[in-house]
Design a protein around this ligand. Structure first.
Ligand code: ZN
Length: 309
């Protein structure tokens, strides 16, 4: 391992780090500083930044990039699209190095390589719209003394992390461990809560119907999450005979990926609901706007998954 006695790191909070290079350069990685609720007050002031590194364009990684860069005028290394967006905000284009994954950039002795990450990269613009931000990246940073770190950014684990390790021979890796959007005990409810998933796995692994029943009851005890949770079955209908129900063999034909996007039902279910909706609307309004019912059907059935069965 290369000596890192001359390189220091300070965690500002969330994915934001400050580093001092072996030759005293102040480096800011993923600048979410002033508005970062995880940042302590004494680290919310940035007076000097020589090099700003950005892994991707999500607000919790670049929110304060423009403001800090305007004041401190650092060299900025990021992907091409994030660089173009920063340039559009009036930052000096000469100081922005918009790169792509695989290339190494030398900034006055600090070598920065953008590498792959499994993540998205949309940038929330000033008006709230999402701007295309290219690909999210990780960073390999080799300091002036050879000390090398892998900064994974926001990412899922992926096999080519081992290729990054082989190629860069980094000394230390900074890896994400959960994050802002992860499920927290005692906070909002989700369809797939950790404890429920464990209950289901346990029921399947032990082939226990009693455990499955406990899982199923726990799911039913969840407070409403989706609109459909506010609906109830009408129990006053005549039940269907079992031979009128689609057979398991036929049902399984729908259980392929495209079938799942159709709500695992095939188009017939959504079509039936659309027919019902059209009938309801016709009886309520006499007609359906300018769209003939047949047109409405064919227009809507192309995207039956949007009905979210
Ligand atoms: Zn992100």
């Amino acid at each position: 391992m290369a000596l890192n006695a001359d390189v220091s790191f300070t965690w500002i909070g969330h994915g934001t780090w400050r580093a001092r290079s072996a030759k005293g350069k102040e480096i800011l990685i993923d600048p979410w500083v002033m508005g970062n609720p995880a940042a302590p007050e004494n680290l919310k002031t940035v007076d000097r930044c020589d090099l700003m590194l950005i892994t991707h364009g999500h607000f919790d990684h670049i929110h304060d990039a423009v403001e800090i860069a305007r004041r401190t005028k650092p060299t900025i290394v990021c992907n091409y699209e994030v660089g173009a967006w920063l340039g559009s905000k009036g930052l000096d284009a000469e100081k922005i190095i918009g790169a792509n994954q695989g290339g190494t950039i030398d900034v006055d002795g600090v070598q920065v390589t953008l590498v792959h990450a499994e993540h998205s990269c949309g940038i929330t613009d000033d008006n709230g719209s999402i701007v295309y931000g290219g690909q999210a990246c990780g960073l390999v940073i080799e300091f002036e003394n050879g000390f090398t770190v892998y900064f994974a950014g926001d990412t899922d684990v992926f096999g080519d992390m081992s290729v990054i390790a082989d190629l860069s021979k980094f000394d230390v890796a900074f890896l994400p461990i959960g994050g802002f959007y992860k499920s927290r005990r005692g906070s909002d409810h989700h369809n797939f809560e950790g404890n429920l998933i464990h209950m289901l796995q346990d029921a399947v692994n032990t082939e226990s119907y009693a455990k499955y029943k406990r899982y199923s009851e726990s799911v039913r005890r969840l407070p409403p999450i989706n609109l459909r949770d506010l609906l109830d079955f009408k129990a006053d209908r005549k039940p269907l005979a079992i031979d009128e129900v689609e057979s398991i063999t036929e049902l399984r034909k729908h259980l392929v990926a495209p079938g799942i996007s159709l709500g695992a039902l095939g188009p017939e279910g959504p079509q039936h609901v659309i027919d019902l909706m059209i009938d309801e609307m016709k009886s309520a309004f006499g007609q359906i706007g300018a769209l003939h019912p047949a047109q409405a059907r064919s227009a809507t059935i192309r995207h039956p998954g949007a009905l979210q069965f």
